[in-house]
Design a protein around this ligand. Structure first.
Ligand code: PEP
Length: 251
C-alpha cells in the first residue's frame, strides 16, 4: 500500500502575512489527515511556514532548488538555504519552470541529484502539452522526461522520490484529465520506472496527479488504483478547498 500524498503548490502567491493566515486556518482542518500533507510555498514563506507547521503534521516544501551548492547563481536558492529554512520537500521541473524559465530534462536531473544528496523528498513533475496529447505523443514525452530526470539516480534514491504527472493542458485551466486518462498515464509512468528500477521501486513509488484537481474531482481521481495523491495549484490557496482534498485522500 502506498501512502497518498497531497501537496499544495502555492506558486507565486501569498505574502508572509497571507501565509500565516492560510496555515493558521488550514492546520486544524487537516489535523486528522492520514495522508502526507505538504505545502510548497514561495521561498520567502518557508521559514515562517515551517514554524507555523510544527506539530501540525503538515510538511513544508520549496518550488525549486539550485543544482550548485553555492556561488554566482543570481536568483537561485541552494539546498543548504532551503534546509536551514525548514523545507523537507522540493518541486522540481514544474511545467511553468520548463515553459517560462528554460528548465530542461538535464537541469531537472541536476536539481534532482542535488535535492537527493541533501535528503529532500523531491516531487518531479512530468507531463505532455495539448499538442503532444493530440499528436499521440503522451507516452513518449513522459518516458523521455522520466528517463531524463532520473539519469544516474540510484534505485535507493529513486525510491525516495515522488513523481507528479501533470498534463500541461490541465494546469490552471479548469480542464482536468479524466480519471481514466490520469490513471492510464500514471500506470504508464510506473511502467517506465519499472523498466529503470524494477518492481520494488515501481510498486512503492508515489505518483501524483496534478492539473485542476479540486474538491469536486478529487474523489474520482483518488479512487483510481495508480493515483497516489495530488499536486494542487489553485485549490491549495484556500484552506477549505485544500482541507477537503486532504481529507478525501485520507479516506
Ligand atoms: C500545479 O501548479 O502544479 C497545478 C496542478 O495547478 P492547478 O491545480 O491550478 O491546475
Amino acid at each position: 500500500m502506498r501512502k497518498p500524498i497531497i501537496a499544495g503548490n502555492w506558486k507565486m502567491n501569498k505574502t508572509a502575512a497571507e501565509c500565516r493566515a492560510l496555515l493558521t486556518e488550514l492546520a486544524p482542518k487537516v489535523k486528522n489527515a492520514t495522508c502526507d500533507v505538504v505545502v510548497c510555498v514561495p521561498f520567502t514563506d518557508i521559514a515562517l511556514a515551517a514554524e507555523l507547521c510544527k506539530g501540525t503534521g503538515i510538511a513544508v516544501g520549496a518550488q525549486n532548488i539550485a543544482w550548485a551548492e553555492s556561488g554566482a547563481f543570481t536568483g537561485e536558492i541552494s539546498a543548504a538555504m532551503l534546509k536551514e529554512a525548514g523545507a523537507q520537500y522540493v518541486i522540481i521541473g514544474h511545467s511553468e519552470r520548463r515553459q517560462y524559465f528554460g528548465e530542461t530534462d538535464a537541469t531537472v536531473n541536476s536539481r534532482l541529484v542535488r535535492a537527493l544528496e541533501h535528503g529532500f523528498t523531491p516531487i518531479v513533475c512530468v507531463g505532455e502539452t495539448l499538442d503532444e496529447r493530440e499528436g499521440g505523443k503522451t507516452e513518449n514525452v513522459c518516458k523521455t522526461q522520466v528517463e531524463g530526470a532520473f539519469k544516474g539516480v540510484s534505485a535507493d534514491d529513486a525510491a525516495k522520490t515522488v513523481i507528479a504527472y501533470e498534463p500541461v493542458w490541465a494546469i490552471g485551466t479548469g480542464k482536468t484529465a479524466t480519471d481514466d486518462q490520469a490513471d492510464e498515464t500514471i500506470g504508464y509512468i510506473r511502467s517506465v520506472v519499472r523498466s529503470l528500477y524494477g518492481d520494488a521501486v515501481a510498486d512503492g513509488m508515489r505518483i501524483q496527479y496534478g492539473g485542476s484537481m479540486n474538491a469536486k474531482n478529487v474523489e474520482g481521481l483518488m479512487a483510481k488504483p495508480q493515483i497516489d495523491g495530488g499536486l494542487i495549484g489553485g485549490a491549495s490557496l484556500k484552506a477549505e478547498d485544500f482541507a477537503y482534498i486532504v481529507n478525501s485522500a485520507s479516506k
